[in-house]
Design a protein around this ligand. Structure first.
Ligand SMILES: Cc1cc2nc3c(=O)[nH]c(=O)nc-3n(C[C@H](O)[C@H](O)[C@H](O)COP(=O)(O)OP(=O)(O)OC[C@H]3O[C@@H](n4cnc5c(N)ncnc54)[C@H](O)[C@@H]3O)c2cc1C
Length: 381
């Protein structure tokens, strides 16, 4: 059999994992990435046990281990500082054999690129068109492939071209702020939740802390001085929140409106084209599973493509990935609506009382359940 060629559009977490997996399955791989340079500032990302199993299946488990920061516990307070729940991160490890971990996104992307031969990823190539027969076009070039993977993120060109009736990404009602600061001696994941707003603190290796905020706001809300806005918003919140914002430089704070695909796609496959990651099922970040699902997609795609018939492999990929990833996207949206997006004071009081009364294992269940996933074996490796 002649070696099959896969062209992957997008060199983010999903595209790079797909490249690694498809090479492992015996395909020749080309990754086309719009960005000219890899200067990711990024922030942190949590990796649940399902993602770690996926990274193991890609053969990356050993290499990534030193970069991962285990989260010692999960604690949640309300905006007055009252404890709502504390869930034992050991429970995650006991249940899944792996802890909840976090990594700096730029380190993860560097590691994934380093796992590929130097001529695999082509930066500065913005794909403008694809067709179901496997032709990929960009300004000044085109290439034919046995398999085209649209891993081009939430505003996917591949999705727009192949699924023209899909409405695309919608605003989920909250805007997100993120930053990484130097902060030694922190090992616990913790969060504080208020009316329409939450902040999460996630320790990273290198004595750094990643924080993220989701704040209900009209789409497109921007502030001349993000730090000043956050200092005002959190002025009366318990420590260390005000201090943390205080010590975060304005230039380190990123803001993005949180978007998701509200309308689930009827298929992740069209002819020789497959979608994965945010292009297929972008979800709000309330469960920290978007990137984990992109890793799962990549592993399952590679395992499905180990069979010689591309069409059959893609049908298997769609069958195995669409129900699970779309269910997790729905759970993620629900977690936001029932969690930090609640702004009505009575609803917030009921939510907080329920969290306090329920056993921690039950409150953690929504977050922990998606971690139940076993990775298939890819090819002969
Ligand atoms: C605030 C926030 C917090 C999050 N936290 C977590 C978390 O803790 N854990 C987790 O698992 N997930 C998290 N996520 C989700 C996660 O970031 C995404 O699900 C993940 O990055 C998706 O990866 P991807 O490769 O599919 O897409 P992307 O990361 O968007 O990559 C797409 C790539 O395609 C390129 N591209 C786009 N268009 C083209 C084109 N036409 N031609 C060529 N290249 C193109 C882009 O430049 C980019 O490099 C979070 C998301 C947000 C917004």
């Amino acid at each position: 059999m002649t070696q099959r060629h896969a062209v992957i559009i997008g060199g983010g977490i999903g595209g790079l994992c797909a490249a690694i997996g498809l090479r492992k399955a015996g395909l020749r791989v080309t990754v086309l990435e719009r960005a000219r340079e890899f200067t990711d500032i990024g922030a942190g990302i949590t990796l649940w046990p399902n993602a770690l199993r996926g990274l193991d299946a890609l053969g990356l488990g050993g290499r990534i281990a030193p970069l991962l920061m285990p989260q010692a516990a999960g604690k949640l307070r309300d905006h007055t500082g009252r404890w709502l729940t504390r869930w034992d991160a050991d429970r995650v490890e006991r249940a899944f054999g792996r802890p909840l971990l976090a990594i700096h996104r730029a380190q993860l992307l560097d590691l994934l690129r380093d796992a590929l031969p130097a001529d695999t990823v082509h930066p500065g190539v913005e794909v403008t068109d694809v067709d179901r027969a496997g032709t990929v076009r960009w300004n000044g070039g085109e290439v034919g492939a046995d398999l085209v993977v649209g891993a081009d993120g939430i505003h996917s060109t591949v999705r727009t071209v192949c699924w023209p009736d899909h409405p695309g990404a919608a605003y989920c009602g909250s805007t997100g702020f993120r930053a990484v600061v130097d902060l030694p001696d922190r090992r616990e994941l913790s969060g504080v939740i208020g009316k329409g707003v939450e902040i999460g603190l996630v320790p990273l290796t290198g004595e750094r802390l990643y924080w993220y905020i989701a704040e209900r706001a009209p789409r497109g809300t921007r502030h001349d001085d993000r730090r000043a806005h956050l200092l005002r918003l959190f002025a009366a919140w318990p420590e260390p929140i005000p201090e943390l914002i205080e010590r975060t430089p304005e230039h380190a704070i990123m803001q993005h409106d949180l978007l998701a695909l509200d309308s689930p796609l009827p298929s992740y496959v069209a002819g020789r084209v497959a979608l994965l990651g945010d292009a297929a099922h972008a979800m709000p970040p309330f469960l920290g599973q978007g990137g984990c699902q992109a890793i799962e997609d990549a592993v399952v795609l590679a395992a499905s493509l180990a069979q010689p018939d591309v069409g059959a492999g893609l049908r298997e990929y769609d069958r195995r990935r669409r129900p699970r990833s779309q269910a997790i996207a729905r759970q993620s949206a629900r977690a936001g609506r029932m969690g930090s997006q609640l702004a009505n004071p009575i609803a917030v009081a009921v939510r907080n009382a329920a969290i306090r009364l329920l056993p921690p294992a039950m409150t953690a269940r929504a977050a922990v359940k998606p971690a139940q996933w076993s990775a298939p074996t890819i090819g002969t490796g």
